[in-house]
Design a binder for this molecule. Structure first.
Ligand code: ZN
Length: 246
């Protein structure tokens, strides 16, 4: 009840003095992360990394953007493309409107709106994030970056649902499904994607993924990849989906 009253008061205040409030930095705008300043070309810091993690999927065709806390040309381009994709003024500067859109696109647990931790955690029924090739913390960081790119891909494909059939795998799980035991899934860097209800196709996913910053894409025509598209965020460019012309 108290929350509802507070929320009502906040809404009334916003209605009364909306412009002033909207131009101020958002306070506790998101349970996951809140930016406290405008970021632009030349800015450095951990808040830049937080931004990069969420917009890296918009850097452009074949660009696997560095998440390095330094707001350079790739970050500017990624922010511009993100802004354009979501109907914002595309100036490449990350201010309140850009942050508001990001807040709207993520859940309180930091996962992007249309993907969930439950979808990407340990395969083979294990759940969790341990037993991989890196620490559980690093696995989760990598998964988050993979999921934000998937969110960008989903929007790029016209907001058509995409499902993750396999994300993180422990080394034991990876081996049990025929993997090497040390592949990208064991780092949390890989997702296997499938279309939902025929809205997208394996080929539209594979083709679209080229614009999202995935270093690897394996889809239809690549051995054992006719029923999913594997994408991962490793560096380099290893793309193969011969049935899709890739
Ligand atoms: Zn895979």
């Amino acid at each position: 009840m108290l929350t509802r009253i507070s929320s009502l008061i906040a809404t009334m205040l916003l209605a009364i003095s909306g412009v002033v409030l909207l131009s101020a930095p958002p306070a506790n705008a998101d349970a996951c992360y809140t930016w406290g300043r405008t970021l632009r070309s030349g800015t450095t810091g951990a808040d830049v990394s937080e931004l990069q993690e969420r917009v890296a999927g918009w850097a452009g065709y074949g660009v696997n953007m560095a998440i390095d806390g330094s707001y350079g040309p790739q970050t500017t381009q990624a922010v511009k493309n993100f802004q354009a994709a979501y109907g914002l003024s595309a100036d490449g500067v990350a201010g309140p409107n850009t942050f508001a859109k990001i807040y709207a696109l993520q859940d309180a647990d930091c996962s992007p709106l249309h993907f969930s931790w439950a979808e990407v955690d340990g395969g083979c029924g294990a759940g969790g994030y341990s037993g991989g090739s890196v620490s559980a913390t690093t696995v989760k960081t990598n998964l988050l970056r993979s999921m934000w790119r998937a969110e960008a891909l989903r929007h790029r494909l016209g907001d058509k649902p995409i499902r993750v059939t396999s994300g993180f795998r422990s080394q034991a799980c990876d081996r049990s499904v025929g993997g090497s035991g040390t592949g990208q899934h064991t780092y949390g860097r890989a997702l296997d994607l499938v279309p939902v209800n025929g809205n997208s196709t394996f080929c539209t996913i594979a083709k679209g993924a080229r614009y999202i910053g995935y270093g690897s894409i394996f889809g239809p025509g690549y051995p054992d990849h006719n029923d999913h598209v594997h994408v991962d965020i490793r560096s380099g460019r290893t793309w193969s989906a011969p049935n899709c012309g890739i």
